[in-house]
Design a protein around this ligand. Structure first.
Ligand code: SAH
Length: 254
């Protein structure tokens, strides 16, 4: 379902415990579709199915239609090797919670054969201590300590985004890739462009006639850093040509 082919396979379900607002379930479905996660399990939702869920899903309807509704958390996480319980609060646990990143890495490392769950709590009260104890791991999204509770849909977004990154999801578009793959211009073409630039800068009067060297060196450095390809070098030469056709600048010595 819209899953980009190059993503590493995972076996993960998003579990929402006793969600009050159906709109949040829709927002979760949308976040999941955005990040190529498909399995949604709802533990005893207050209102579901519901038009608010459809409205907030923004078209991610398959995730809602295929959502499994169960009565208990035990049922929701049955068969899971890893169960990550998300929590906004310090719970005085004697272990460090995972970060969203380390959670995602563990899920990817577990692979397609090991079912994993990420469990999200109620909007008002989160997960109970008993529910947290049922999890094999806890996860905390780093936040402002004085304002640590994210909206449910946003918490799912953060975790699924980390999962997308850990699975190798690429942000680069085709155009960016092509640009990155272009070879740098040959050294002689680069040198010819620099010479051409020097002519144009002298013609325009941009170079300080008393000290052209520093400016020349700095300009050369700027263009080196740009890692220009042949087409870009040619474009710059077009620009220098048009500068050379202008009347000479006020400080021009040539
Ligand atoms: N007041 C509740 C927060 C409820 S927010 C509490 O203190 O736990 C609803 C759900 O979103 C939480 O149960 C959790 O699953 C998730 N969530 C919100 N903020 C989070 C955070 N900073 N880190 C991890 N999960 C978070």
């Amino acid at each position: 379902m819209d899953s980009a082919p190059q993503l590493q396979p995972v076996n993960v379900r998003i579990v929402l415990v006793e969600t009050t607002h159906a709109g949040n379930i829709g927002a979760v479905a949308r976040a999941m579709r955005n990040m190529c996660v498909t399995e949604l399990v709802l533990v005893n939702p207050k209102k579901f199915p519901h038009p608010d869920a459809v409205a907030r899903a923004s078209g991610a309807l398959a995730e809602l239609d295929n959502a499994k509704v169960v009565a208990t958390l035990e049922e929701a996480v049955a068969g899971c090797n890893y169960v990550f319980g998300t929590t906004a609060r310090e719970r005085g646990l004697d272990w460090q919670p995972d970060t969203p990143q380390s959670t995602a890495e563990k899920i990817v490392a577990a692979g397609a054969e090991a079912p994993c769950a990420i469990v999200f709590g109620r909007e008002r009260s989160g997960l109970t201590n008993e529910e947290v104890e049922m999890c094999t791991h806890t996860v905390n999204i780093p936040t402002n300590p004085k304002f640590s509770s994210l909206n449910l849909g946003m918490a799912v977004q953060v975790l699924t985004y980390e999962l997308m990154k850990a699975r190798g999801g690429q942000v680069a578009t085709k155009a960016v890739d092509e640009e990155a793959n272009a070879l740098p211009a040959p050294a002689d073409a680069f040198e010819a462009m620099i010479k051409h630039m020097e002519e144009a800068m002298t013609h325009s009067g941009f170079y300080d006639p008393n000290d052209p060297r520093m400016t020349q060196r700095r300009m050369r450095q700027i263009f080196r850093q740009a890692n220009l390809d042949a087409a870009q070098v040619n474009m710059l030469r077009g620009m220098w040509n048009s500068v050379l056709q202008l009347p000479k600048g006020p400080h021009s010595k040539s």
